[in-house]
Design a protein around this ligand. Structure first.
Ligand code: GRF
Length: 185
């Protein structure tokens, strides 16, 4: 059985899609959903699906969580809306095994502070005609690791920030799970 570990800090719509997708895959399971945020919506979603959750503190993030990951030995570690930086010792222990999804066509609209609506507001402000998603490996900076996959969507002149967010989210939900599956196959 291949195991996937998911990290999320927020609502967890992507985490939920991933959980639902892999419920139908017999040789893969979601072993734990990790979060730094005790109020994260992802906790309820994971529990509803019977997936184990683990809330950790900044202190536990330094050593304890890494130790747990080493004992799980996951096929892949998926960051789905996880807002903390990944420490170097995690990357060293799981080379090419930690991936992230970002709601823009990187390298555009990436970097520190570029998450959630901040991204969509910038896309809107710059009157982009095209936006999309990027799935990429994690490195020591924000949003700069090698790109695995991108998908694009056209924007219309009257698309507001909410519509840009909707269109982007739809791409995430459509492609992320299948890309994870492809990577671990
Ligand atoms: C997604 O837009 C993802 O690209 C970004 O954080 C958001 C998470 O949304 N990294 P959700 O918690 O999966 O609903």
């Amino acid at each position: 059985m291949k195991e996937i570990v998911v990290f999320s800090s927020g609502a967890g719509s992507n985490a939920e899609k991933i959980i639902s997708y892999f419920k139908k895959v017999s040789d893969v399971c979601i072993s734990v959903v990790y979060t730094n945020n005790p109020a994260a919506g992802v906790l309820k979603k994971a529990k509803n699906h019977g997936v184990k959750t683990r809330v950790f503190s900044a202190q536990e993030y330094q050593k304890e969580v890494l130790k747990e990951l080493l004992s799980i030995n996951p096929a892949i570690i998926v960051l789905a809306g996880f807002l903390w930086k990944i420490p170097k010792n995690y990357i060293d222990n799981f080379p090419n095994k930690i991936i992230n999804i970002h709601p823009s066509l990187l390298p555009k609209y990436g970097g520190n502070g570029m998450y959630g609506n901040n991204v969509f507001k910038e896309v809107f402000k710059n009157k982009e005609e095209l936006t999309g998603i990027t799935i990429h490996y994690i490195d020591e900076k924000f949003d700069t690791g090698p790109i695995i996959f991108q998908a694009q969507v056209k924007l219309l002149p009257n698309d507001d920030v909410t519509e840009i967010a909707n269109k982007t989210r739809q791409l995430e939900h459509k492609f992320f799970s299948a890309q994870i599956h492809k990577l671990i196959r």
